[in-house]
Design a protein around this ligand. Sequence first.
Ligand SMILES: NC(=O)c1ccc[n+]([C@@H]2O[C@H](COP(=O)([O-])OP(=O)(O)OC[C@H]3O[C@@H](n4cnc5c(N)ncnc54)[C@H](OP(=O)(O)O)[C@@H]3O)[C@@H](O)[C@H]2O)c1
Length: 359
Amino acid sequence: MIGREVRPITYPRGEVRASDFRVVEAGVREPRPGEVLVRNTWTSVDAALRLRLREEAPPGYFPAFPLDEPMDGIMTVGEVLESRADGFAPGDTVWHASGWRDYAVVEAGRQALGGVGTLTRLDLRLAPPQAHLGVLGGNGLTAYAGLFHVAGLRVGDVVWVSAAAGAVGSLVAQMAKIRGHRVIGSAGSDEKVRHLREELGLDAAFNYRAGPLPDLLREAAPDGVDVYFDNVGGDHLEAALGALRRAGRVAICGMISEYTAEEPPQGPGNLMLAVTKGLTIRGFRGSDHAHLLPEMRRQMGAWLRDGRLRCRETVIDGLAQAPVALAALLRGDNTGKTLVRIDEVPHRENALGAARHRG
Ligand SMILES: NC(=O)c1ccc[n+]([C@@H]2O[C@H](COP(=O)([O-])OP(=O)(O)OC[C@H]3O[C@@H](n4cnc5c(N)ncnc54)[C@H](OP(=O)(O)O)[C@@H]3O)[C@@H](O)[C@H]2O)c1
């Protein structure tokens, strides 16, 4: 059997380009005892992949993707074609972390992505398969852990979420609203701002490109904020430090404004405010909170069922389009969760294990 894999061939300088990748046809081997063969149907596109498309990923993070190798550590869902592992049968829908390819041979029980990406059978009564890559998967976990366990949301907190129309941000903002908080969201276009106000029901939203960020934030939150959920870093973090009230908290989830920077970014110039206002600033990774997955799924599942949580998707068709989808996400051309729907495999052969590589 032959399947396609998307492989990086150069590390992008600045913006990600399709030409930084190639699609390779490679033989798919038979599963051994303890393994399953999966045909992937949906694969995730995440901002943080950019951190691994470089010679060295930031210390403490998942490793850089080696050049001209399949990209291990990208969440994917698919259908089990063949199982030699207990607990899995042909026809099961599963998630695992061998994404951006048509087929994967996955070892059951082998930890991936800090436990979040370990081969798992999915409960499709909660939501369709691709939702397990977003709201019921790593994005849901990151949003849930970050808001409730890292920022420690308290009654009466006013919350600002940056990149609020994106996969993680839109979940954070909606969860804080469901819990009865005043929520401000920011995003990079007027259309996204409308989405935040009208579809997600946020109390205030602004386009961060529309003027000086501290002014826009002051207008949206004249009395300041208690929690800042940071997806952006840079000028957004600096503005938040200025707007946070005494004993305010920052959950640093990511710093997307710095991912394509060629020069080391400047730190916030007003960090001393953390001292004067008694702020708590905590970075975190969703995968550090993998034990919260069942609790998060129960809670998100309930909110999805009663229609309180809305989850937009930006769907790009065709495995070969995955790099284009990543570039678009980094530019802000997405709303909600970005997903690649994997097309039917064009080449199938019965000669299992026969390898054929093509540039
Ligand atoms: N800690 C963790 O475990 C964890 C897990 C998942 C994700 N994350 C982080 O969460 C953040 C969101 O990730 P995601 O995968 O959910 O992506 P996403 O929010 O769906 O997409 C990224 C969004 O970032 C915004 N953006 C891009 N460049 C920007 C800039 N220079 N300034 C302000 N906004 C910018 C764009 O929206 P606009 O149109 O609004 O600019 C874009 O849509 C990222 O920082 C990511 O690294 C962290």
